[in-house]
Design a protein around this ligand. Structure first.
Ligand code: ZN
Length: 155
């Protein structure tokens, strides 16, 4: 390897370090803006969140597994069990802190990772099948859309 190559490698290493410092400063500035709170343009907020997520993915957290989160609901009256998919998530391990993990929302599964299913158990006092035993005739009940009803209150 010639001296010229050594200098080219050195320059590339210096350029990498400069970019690393600039990225770290941009991610820190974004975190500081989020900590301060207050009015921030939504475009800036979205850019900051993307910048922090990208920084964390490259330097702090390593994806380990896909998670499909399910909810398992057990009716305590008739003991019927039903399951429903809640959302995709991703298990991540911290790159520097041993035994530190986090679970974050994910848009979809990453085919390169292993798949896990997490089940949240939940007990409910009645299900639609045993509502009548609890004195509720659901066939006679008027169904109301929760979101529109609650947003109308106080409007
Ligand atoms: Zn039931």
């Amino acid at each position: 390897m010639s001296n010229f190559d050594d200098f080219a490698d050195l320059n590339a290493a210096i350029a990498d370090q400069i970019k690393l410092k600039a990225d770290a400063a941009a991610a820190k500035a974004a975190r500081d803006r989020q900590k301060r709170g207050g009015p921030v343009a939504s475009a800036t907020l979205a850019e900051d969140q993307a910048r922090i997520a990208e920084w964390e993915a490259r330097h702090e957290w390593r994806a380990e597994a896909n998670i499909a989160l399910f909810e398992r609901e057990t009716c305590t009256t008739c003991e019927t069990v039903s399951e429903r998919f809640v959302q995709f998530m991703r298990l991540e391990a911290h790159r520097h802190l041993r035994d530190s993990h986090r679970i974050v929302r994910a848009d979809k599964a990453d085919a390169a990772l292993s798949n896990r299913v997490y089940v949240q158990p939940r007990l409910v006092p009645m299900c639609p099948d045993c509502a009548e035993a609890k004195g509720w005739l659901l066939a006679n009940a008027h169904e109301v859309d929760w979101a529109s009803e609650t947003s109308a209150v106080g409007a």
